[in-house]
Write a protein that binds this ligand. Structure first.
Ligand code: ADP
Length: 378
Protein backbone atom coordinates (compact mmCIF):
# COMPACT_ATOMS: atom_id res chain seq x y z
CA UNK A 1 0.00 0.00 0.00
CA UNK A 2 1.08 3.58 -0.65
CA UNK A 3 2.14 5.02 2.69
CA UNK A 4 3.97 8.30 2.14
CA UNK A 5 1.96 11.38 1.27
CA UNK A 6 3.83 14.37 -0.13
CA UNK A 7 2.18 17.76 0.27
CA UNK A 8 3.23 20.64 -1.97
CA UNK A 9 2.92 23.89 -0.04
CA UNK A 10 3.70 24.53 3.61
CA UNK A 11 0.66 26.51 4.79
CA UNK A 12 -1.83 25.73 7.55
CA UNK A 13 -3.73 23.22 5.43
CA UNK A 14 -0.59 21.10 5.12
CA UNK A 15 0.02 21.62 8.85
CA UNK A 16 -3.43 20.31 9.75
CA UNK A 17 -2.82 17.12 7.70
CA UNK A 18 0.06 16.21 10.03
CA UNK A 19 -1.90 15.05 13.14
CA UNK A 20 -4.13 12.61 11.20
CA UNK A 21 -1.06 11.28 9.36
CA UNK A 22 0.50 10.52 12.74
CA UNK A 23 -2.73 8.92 13.97
CA UNK A 24 -3.14 6.77 10.86
CA UNK A 25 0.53 5.84 10.99
CA UNK A 26 1.27 7.04 7.48
CA UNK A 27 4.23 9.22 6.57
CA UNK A 28 3.82 12.80 5.47
CA UNK A 29 6.39 15.08 3.86
CA UNK A 30 5.96 18.69 2.92
CA UNK A 31 7.64 20.81 0.26
CA UNK A 32 7.45 24.28 1.80
CA UNK A 33 8.04 27.52 -0.08
CA UNK A 34 10.28 28.98 2.61
CA UNK A 35 11.81 27.86 5.86
CA UNK A 36 9.71 28.06 9.01
CA UNK A 37 6.28 27.93 7.37
CA UNK A 38 3.16 26.68 9.12
CA UNK A 39 3.80 23.00 8.21
CA UNK A 40 7.56 23.22 8.90
CA UNK A 41 7.39 20.38 11.42
CA UNK A 42 6.86 17.87 8.56
CA UNK A 43 8.91 19.71 5.95
CA UNK A 44 11.44 17.66 4.08
CA UNK A 45 12.49 20.38 1.73
CA UNK A 46 12.27 24.01 0.80
CA UNK A 47 11.70 24.90 -2.82
CA UNK A 48 9.74 26.57 -5.55
CA UNK A 49 6.60 24.64 -6.55
CA UNK A 50 6.86 26.20 -10.03
CA UNK A 51 10.24 24.62 -10.68
CA UNK A 52 9.97 21.24 -12.40
CA UNK A 53 13.22 19.78 -11.07
CA UNK A 54 12.41 20.77 -7.48
CA UNK A 55 8.94 19.24 -7.63
CA UNK A 56 10.10 16.05 -9.36
CA UNK A 57 12.90 15.53 -6.82
CA UNK A 58 10.35 15.91 -4.00
CA UNK A 59 7.74 13.70 -5.70
CA UNK A 60 10.24 10.89 -6.11
CA UNK A 61 10.53 10.60 -2.32
CA UNK A 62 6.79 9.96 -1.77
CA UNK A 63 4.04 7.59 -2.97
CA UNK A 64 1.39 10.17 -3.71
CA UNK A 65 1.55 13.92 -4.26
CA UNK A 66 -1.17 16.24 -3.00
CA UNK A 67 -1.47 19.95 -2.28
CA UNK A 68 -1.85 22.76 0.23
CA UNK A 69 -2.85 25.10 -2.64
CA UNK A 70 -3.81 24.95 -6.31
CA UNK A 71 -0.95 26.96 -7.81
CA UNK A 72 1.39 24.28 -9.15
CA UNK A 73 1.61 25.00 -12.90
CA UNK A 74 -0.05 22.59 -15.32
CA UNK A 75 3.21 21.66 -17.16
CA UNK A 76 4.79 20.62 -13.83
CA UNK A 77 1.74 18.56 -12.86
CA UNK A 78 1.59 16.89 -16.25
CA UNK A 79 5.25 15.95 -16.12
CA UNK A 80 4.69 14.23 -12.76
CA UNK A 81 1.85 12.21 -14.25
CA UNK A 82 3.95 11.38 -17.34
CA UNK A 83 6.58 9.94 -15.00
CA UNK A 84 3.99 7.68 -13.41
CA UNK A 85 3.76 9.60 -10.11
CA UNK A 86 0.35 9.50 -8.41
CA UNK A 87 -1.02 13.06 -8.19
CA UNK A 88 -4.30 13.75 -6.35
CA UNK A 89 -6.16 15.75 -7.44
CA UNK A 90 -4.73 15.33 -10.92
CA UNK A 91 -4.02 18.07 -13.45
CA UNK A 92 -7.23 17.52 -15.44
CA UNK A 93 -9.28 18.28 -12.33
CA UNK A 94 -7.02 21.00 -10.89
CA UNK A 95 -7.34 23.00 -14.09
CA UNK A 96 -10.88 23.94 -13.02
CA UNK A 97 -9.71 25.18 -9.64
CA UNK A 98 -6.96 27.23 -11.31
CA UNK A 99 -9.05 29.02 -13.90
CA UNK A 100 -12.50 30.40 -13.09
CA UNK A 101 -13.47 30.82 -16.77
CA UNK A 102 -12.73 27.16 -17.52
CA UNK A 103 -14.60 26.21 -14.35
CA UNK A 104 -17.73 28.17 -15.27
CA UNK A 105 -17.70 26.72 -18.81
CA UNK A 106 -17.27 23.13 -17.65
CA UNK A 107 -19.89 23.33 -14.88
CA UNK A 108 -22.30 24.75 -17.44
CA UNK A 109 -21.60 21.79 -19.75
CA UNK A 110 -22.28 19.44 -16.84
CA UNK A 111 -25.68 21.11 -16.40
CA UNK A 112 -24.82 22.43 -12.92
CA UNK A 113 -26.41 25.64 -11.64
CA UNK A 114 -24.05 28.64 -11.92
CA UNK A 115 -24.62 32.42 -12.01
CA UNK A 116 -25.09 33.98 -15.47
CA UNK A 117 -21.58 34.65 -16.73
CA UNK A 118 -19.53 35.64 -19.75
CA UNK A 119 -15.89 35.97 -20.81
CA UNK A 120 -15.19 39.64 -21.54
CA UNK A 121 -12.18 41.03 -23.37
CA UNK A 122 -12.94 44.75 -23.42
CA UNK A 123 -14.95 47.55 -21.85
CA UNK A 124 -17.42 47.16 -24.74
CA UNK A 125 -18.01 43.51 -23.84
CA UNK A 126 -18.48 44.53 -20.22
CA UNK A 127 -20.92 47.28 -21.22
CA UNK A 128 -23.03 44.74 -23.08
CA UNK A 129 -23.13 42.40 -20.07
CA UNK A 130 -24.02 45.27 -17.71
CA UNK A 131 -26.84 46.36 -20.01
CA UNK A 132 -28.30 42.85 -19.89
CA UNK A 133 -27.96 42.50 -16.11
CA UNK A 134 -29.48 45.60 -14.54
CA UNK A 135 -26.30 47.72 -14.71
CA UNK A 136 -24.31 45.88 -12.04
CA UNK A 137 -22.07 42.82 -12.22
CA UNK A 138 -19.14 41.07 -10.58
CA UNK A 139 -15.84 41.00 -12.49
CA UNK A 140 -13.20 38.41 -11.59
CA UNK A 141 -9.67 37.72 -12.70
CA UNK A 142 -9.82 34.08 -13.85
CA UNK A 143 -6.49 33.14 -12.26
CA UNK A 144 -4.63 33.80 -9.04
CA UNK A 145 -7.46 35.30 -6.95
CA UNK A 146 -7.99 34.31 -3.31
CA UNK A 147 -9.83 35.66 -0.28
CA UNK A 148 -11.76 38.05 -2.51
CA UNK A 149 -8.67 39.53 -4.19
CA UNK A 150 -9.47 39.59 -7.89
CA UNK A 151 -13.22 40.06 -7.31
CA UNK A 152 -14.89 43.44 -7.90
CA UNK A 153 -18.47 44.69 -8.17
CA UNK A 154 -18.75 47.11 -11.11
CA UNK A 155 -21.51 49.34 -12.40
CA UNK A 156 -19.38 51.13 -15.00
CA UNK A 157 -18.09 49.57 -18.22
CA UNK A 158 -14.66 51.05 -17.45
CA UNK A 159 -14.62 49.62 -13.92
CA UNK A 160 -12.16 46.87 -14.90
CA UNK A 161 -9.91 48.83 -17.29
CA UNK A 162 -6.89 48.29 -15.02
CA UNK A 163 -7.38 44.52 -15.15
CA UNK A 164 -7.82 44.54 -18.93
CA UNK A 165 -4.60 46.57 -19.17
CA UNK A 166 -2.77 44.09 -16.92
CA UNK A 167 -3.94 41.18 -19.07
CA UNK A 168 -2.73 42.96 -22.22
CA UNK A 169 0.57 43.83 -20.55
CA UNK A 170 1.50 40.32 -19.49
CA UNK A 171 1.31 39.37 -23.16
CA UNK A 172 -0.91 36.36 -22.69
CA UNK A 173 -4.05 38.28 -23.54
CA UNK A 174 -7.18 36.49 -22.51
CA UNK A 175 -10.40 37.48 -20.88
CA UNK A 176 -11.93 38.39 -17.54
CA UNK A 177 -14.90 36.58 -16.04
CA UNK A 178 -18.03 38.65 -15.52
CA UNK A 179 -21.03 37.36 -13.59
CA UNK A 180 -24.45 38.52 -12.55
CA UNK A 181 -24.46 40.04 -9.05
CA UNK A 182 -26.22 37.13 -7.40
CA UNK A 183 -29.00 38.15 -4.98
CA UNK A 184 -28.05 35.69 -2.28
CA UNK A 185 -29.50 35.32 1.20
CA UNK A 186 -26.40 33.53 2.41
CA UNK A 187 -23.31 31.59 1.36
CA UNK A 188 -23.01 27.87 1.91
CA UNK A 189 -20.20 25.40 1.42
CA UNK A 190 -20.39 21.71 0.71
CA UNK A 191 -17.43 19.42 1.27
CA UNK A 192 -17.06 16.09 -0.45
CA UNK A 193 -14.19 13.61 -0.54
CA UNK A 194 -13.64 11.27 -3.47
CA UNK A 195 -11.26 8.33 -3.83
CA UNK A 196 -9.45 7.56 -7.08
CA UNK A 197 -11.46 4.34 -7.20
CA UNK A 198 -14.67 6.36 -6.99
CA UNK A 199 -16.13 6.20 -3.45
CA UNK A 200 -17.42 9.52 -2.12
CA UNK A 201 -18.45 10.97 1.25
CA UNK A 202 -20.10 14.30 2.06
CA UNK A 203 -20.33 16.22 5.32
CA UNK A 204 -23.42 18.29 6.14
CA UNK A 205 -23.66 21.55 4.18
CA UNK A 206 -22.44 24.54 6.24
CA UNK A 207 -23.14 28.27 6.28
CA UNK A 208 -20.12 30.51 5.75
CA UNK A 209 -19.99 34.17 6.72
CA UNK A 210 -17.48 36.34 4.84
CA UNK A 211 -16.15 39.72 5.91
CA UNK A 212 -14.29 41.79 3.31
CA UNK A 213 -14.17 38.72 1.05
CA UNK A 214 -12.56 36.57 3.75
CA UNK A 215 -14.24 33.69 5.56
CA UNK A 216 -14.91 34.85 9.13
CA UNK A 217 -17.23 32.19 10.58
CA UNK A 218 -18.70 28.81 9.71
CA UNK A 219 -21.85 27.29 11.20
CA UNK A 220 -22.23 23.53 10.87
CA UNK A 221 -24.66 22.29 9.83
CA UNK A 222 -26.14 25.29 7.98
CA UNK A 223 -29.23 26.36 9.97
CA UNK A 224 -32.57 25.84 8.21
CA UNK A 225 -30.99 23.86 5.39
CA UNK A 226 -32.84 20.63 6.04
CA UNK A 227 -34.44 18.89 3.13
CA UNK A 228 -34.21 20.47 -0.30
CA UNK A 229 -31.24 22.82 0.15
CA UNK A 230 -29.21 20.18 1.98
CA UNK A 231 -29.93 17.65 -0.76
CA UNK A 232 -29.23 20.13 -3.56
CA UNK A 233 -25.86 21.06 -2.07
CA UNK A 234 -24.77 17.44 -1.63
CA UNK A 235 -25.98 16.47 -5.12
CA UNK A 236 -24.10 19.40 -6.69
CA UNK A 237 -20.85 18.58 -4.88
CA UNK A 238 -21.02 14.92 -5.84
CA UNK A 239 -21.73 15.85 -9.45
CA UNK A 240 -18.77 18.27 -9.51
CA UNK A 241 -16.41 15.72 -7.94
CA UNK A 242 -17.52 13.02 -10.35
CA UNK A 243 -17.81 15.25 -13.41
CA UNK A 244 -14.37 16.83 -13.00
CA UNK A 245 -12.72 13.66 -11.70
CA UNK A 246 -11.61 15.29 -8.45
CA UNK A 247 -9.67 13.10 -6.00
CA UNK A 248 -9.20 14.10 -2.35
CA UNK A 249 -11.32 16.72 -0.63
CA UNK A 250 -13.30 19.18 -2.75
CA UNK A 251 -15.02 22.25 -1.32
CA UNK A 252 -17.88 23.73 -3.34
CA UNK A 253 -18.73 27.30 -2.33
CA UNK A 254 -22.41 28.00 -2.97
CA UNK A 255 -24.92 30.84 -2.98
CA UNK A 256 -28.45 30.31 -1.68
CA UNK A 257 -30.48 32.85 -3.64
CA UNK A 258 -33.46 34.93 -2.60
CA UNK A 259 -35.66 32.77 -4.86
CA UNK A 260 -34.45 29.55 -3.23
CA UNK A 261 -31.90 28.34 -5.79
CA UNK A 262 -28.48 26.94 -4.94
CA UNK A 263 -25.72 28.14 -7.32
CA UNK A 264 -22.05 27.21 -7.48
CA UNK A 265 -19.63 30.08 -6.81
CA UNK A 266 -16.14 28.64 -6.37
CA UNK A 267 -14.29 25.33 -6.14
CA UNK A 268 -11.31 24.43 -3.94
CA UNK A 269 -9.64 21.07 -4.52
CA UNK A 270 -8.10 20.54 -1.10
CA UNK A 271 -9.22 20.83 2.50
CA UNK A 272 -10.91 24.19 2.97
CA UNK A 273 -11.57 26.78 5.65
CA UNK A 274 -15.28 25.85 5.60
CA UNK A 275 -14.31 22.37 6.84
CA UNK A 276 -12.06 23.24 9.78
CA UNK A 277 -14.98 22.54 12.14
CA UNK A 278 -14.70 18.84 11.20
CA UNK A 279 -11.45 18.48 13.21
CA UNK A 280 -13.37 18.80 16.47
CA UNK A 281 -16.96 18.44 15.28
CA UNK A 282 -17.16 15.40 12.98
CA UNK A 283 -16.31 11.72 13.28
CA UNK A 284 -13.74 12.09 10.47
CA UNK A 285 -12.04 15.42 9.85
CA UNK A 286 -11.53 16.79 6.36
CA UNK A 287 -7.76 16.44 6.84
CA UNK A 288 -7.92 12.76 7.76
CA UNK A 289 -10.40 12.18 4.95
CA UNK A 290 -8.12 13.90 2.47
CA UNK A 291 -5.27 11.55 3.43
CA UNK A 292 -7.57 8.53 3.20
CA UNK A 293 -8.85 9.65 -0.19
CA UNK A 294 -5.45 10.38 -1.79
CA UNK A 295 -4.16 7.03 -0.47
CA UNK A 296 -7.31 5.41 -1.91
CA UNK A 297 -8.32 4.04 1.49
CA UNK A 298 -11.95 3.55 2.56
CA UNK A 299 -13.45 6.89 3.67
CA UNK A 300 -14.47 7.61 7.26
CA UNK A 301 -17.90 8.47 8.64
CA UNK A 302 -18.78 12.15 8.34
CA UNK A 303 -21.50 12.53 10.99
CA UNK A 304 -21.25 15.57 13.26
CA UNK A 305 -20.27 14.86 16.86
CA UNK A 306 -22.33 17.81 18.13
CA UNK A 307 -25.70 19.29 17.21
CA UNK A 308 -23.90 22.50 16.27
CA UNK A 309 -20.29 23.42 15.64
CA UNK A 310 -19.19 27.00 15.09
CA UNK A 311 -15.74 27.86 13.77
CA UNK A 312 -14.40 31.40 14.03
CA UNK A 313 -11.22 32.41 12.24
CA UNK A 314 -8.53 34.38 14.03
CA UNK A 315 -7.72 37.01 11.43
CA UNK A 316 -4.61 39.09 11.95
CA UNK A 317 -4.01 38.12 15.55
CA UNK A 318 -2.62 40.26 18.36
CA UNK A 319 -0.95 43.57 17.51
CA UNK A 320 1.97 42.63 19.78
CA UNK A 321 3.46 39.17 20.33
CA UNK A 322 1.93 35.91 19.14
CA UNK A 323 -1.22 33.84 19.67
CA UNK A 324 0.58 31.85 22.33
CA UNK A 325 0.95 34.93 24.54
CA UNK A 326 -2.86 35.04 24.75
CA UNK A 327 -3.35 31.35 25.47
CA UNK A 328 -3.21 31.52 29.27
CA UNK A 329 -6.17 33.92 29.43
CA UNK A 330 -8.15 32.48 26.49
CA UNK A 331 -7.83 28.83 27.47
CA UNK A 332 -8.70 29.61 31.10
CA UNK A 333 -11.87 31.44 30.05
CA UNK A 334 -13.04 28.75 27.58
CA UNK A 335 -11.89 25.29 28.64
CA UNK A 336 -14.54 23.68 26.40
CA UNK A 337 -13.50 25.53 23.21
CA UNK A 338 -10.88 24.03 20.89
CA UNK A 339 -8.03 26.35 19.90
CA UNK A 340 -5.94 25.97 16.76
CA UNK A 341 -2.86 28.08 16.08
CA UNK A 342 -1.03 27.90 12.78
CA UNK A 343 2.42 28.90 14.01
CA UNK A 344 2.31 32.02 11.84
CA UNK A 345 3.37 35.53 12.79
CA UNK A 346 0.42 37.89 13.29
CA UNK A 347 -0.16 40.31 10.41
CA UNK A 348 -3.31 42.31 9.56
CA UNK A 349 -5.86 40.16 7.74
CA UNK A 350 -3.75 36.98 7.89
CA UNK A 351 -5.42 33.72 8.94
CA UNK A 352 -3.31 32.79 11.98
CA UNK A 353 -5.63 30.34 13.75
CA UNK A 354 -9.21 29.38 14.48
CA UNK A 355 -11.43 28.24 17.32
CA UNK A 356 -14.28 25.75 17.29
CA UNK A 357 -17.08 25.52 19.85
CA UNK A 358 -19.79 22.87 19.94
CA UNK A 359 -23.08 22.17 21.71
CA UNK A 360 -26.83 21.90 21.39
CA UNK A 361 -27.84 25.57 21.70
CA UNK A 362 -26.76 27.43 18.57
CA UNK A 363 -26.90 30.94 20.06
CA UNK A 364 -24.72 29.81 22.95
CA UNK A 365 -22.24 28.05 20.64
CA UNK A 366 -21.92 31.15 18.43
CA UNK A 367 -21.44 33.32 21.49
CA UNK A 368 -18.72 31.12 22.97
CA UNK A 369 -16.81 30.73 19.71
CA UNK A 370 -16.80 34.50 19.10
CA UNK A 371 -15.84 35.25 22.69
CA UNK A 372 -12.94 32.78 22.54
CA UNK A 373 -11.65 34.16 19.21
CA UNK A 374 -11.89 37.72 20.53
CA UNK A 375 -9.03 37.04 22.95
CA UNK A 376 -6.64 37.13 19.99
CA UNK A 377 -7.84 40.24 18.16
CA UNK A 378 -6.92 43.79 19.20
P1 ADP B 1 -12.05 34.11 -4.15
O1 ADP B 1 -11.65 33.08 -5.15
O2 ADP B 1 -11.11 35.26 -4.06
O3 ADP B 1 -12.45 33.55 -2.81
P2 ADP B 1 -14.85 34.29 -4.89
O4 ADP B 1 -15.18 34.08 -6.31
O5 ADP B 1 -15.12 33.17 -3.94
O6 ADP B 1 -13.35 34.78 -4.78
O7 ADP B 1 -15.61 35.59 -4.38
C1 ADP B 1 -15.37 36.17 -3.08
C2 ADP B 1 -16.69 36.67 -2.49
O8 ADP B 1 -17.28 37.66 -3.35
C3 ADP B 1 -17.75 35.59 -2.37
O9 ADP B 1 -17.59 34.83 -1.19
C4 ADP B 1 -19.03 36.40 -2.38
O10 ADP B 1 -19.26 36.98 -1.10
C5 ADP B 1 -18.70 37.53 -3.37
N1 ADP B 1 -19.14 37.15 -4.72
C6 ADP B 1 -18.42 36.45 -5.63
N2 ADP B 1 -19.11 36.26 -6.77
C7 ADP B 1 -20.30 36.87 -6.60
C8 ADP B 1 -21.47 37.04 -7.44
N3 ADP B 1 -21.52 36.57 -8.69
N4 ADP B 1 -22.52 37.70 -6.91
C9 ADP B 1 -22.48 38.20 -5.64
N5 ADP B 1 -21.41 38.09 -4.83
C10 ADP B 1 -20.33 37.44 -5.29
Amino acid sequence: MARTVGVIGGGQLARMMIPPAIELGVDIRVLEEAEGMSADIAASGVGDYRDLDTVVAFAETVDVVTFDHEHVPQPVLRELVRRGIAVHPGPDALLYAQDKLQMRARLGELGLPVPDWAAVESADDLAAFLADHGGRAVVKTPRGGYDGKGVRVVSDAHGADDWFAALAEDGRGGALLVEELVPFTRELAQLVARRPSGGMATWPVVETVQRDGVCAEVIAPAPRAHGRVEQAAADIARAVAEGLGVTGVLAVELFETTDGRVLVNELAMRPHNSGHWTIDGAVTSQFEQHLRAVLDLPLGATEPREDWSVMVNILGGPAEGTLLDRYPAALAAHPEVKFHGYGKDPRPGRKVGHVTAGGDDLDDVVYRARAAAAFFED
